[in-house]
Design a protein around this ligand. Structure first.
Ligand code: MG
Length: 155
């Protein structure tokens, strides 16, 4: 058994789409980043890479590489999962906490669980998405950013 932990944070920016867990969420701002800035999938990728001892997402997909400009983070997750499988690991479960003041993520959590379980080819019961606010404290609490923590277990 191998445990992995991933963390990511992205700030909001105007004129960007909001992608979270591979789902496009209607909102008047999106997250800033080199790729589609899907902070949730980035944290999941880092958890998987951490558990399999493969470094981190920045090492695999450098943001200086034009190849990854505006790329869907679903592609990054697919590549990470390939890596994990090649090393002989099976994903037991993934647990995620999204910290975000606005928009409300709860209504989308099941859709996100479905999307991730599809990409990982594992049962949806093995993916868990939780959403909470930062109680209006700090940059996340004033709606400037979304942060995500993710853990996974590989066998
Ligand atoms: Mg990121």
């Amino acid at each position: 058994m191998r445990i992995g932990f991933g963390y990511d944070i992205h700030r909001f920016a105007d004129n960007r789409e909001l992608w979270l867990g591979g789902i496009k969420i209607p909102y008047d701002k999106g997250l800033l980043g080199h790729s589609d800035a899907d902070v949730l999938l980035h944290a999941v990728c880092d958890a998987l890479l951490g558990a399999s001892g493969e470094g981190d997402i920045g090492k695999l997909f450098p943001d200086t590489d034009p190849k990854y400009k505006d790329i869907s983070s679903i592609y990054l997750l697919e590549e990470v999962v390939k890596n994990v499988s090649l090393k002989g690991f099976v994903i037991e479960n993934i647990d995620v906490t999204v910290i975000c003041e606005m928009p409300k993520i709860g209504p989308y959590s099941q859709k996100i669980e479905q999307k991730i379980s599809d990409v990982l080819s594992i049962d949806i019961s093995r993916i868990n998405i939780k959403a909470k606010t930062n109680e209006k404290i700090d940059a996340i609490g004033t709606g400037e950013a979304i942060a995500v923590h993710a853990v996974c277990l590989l066998s």
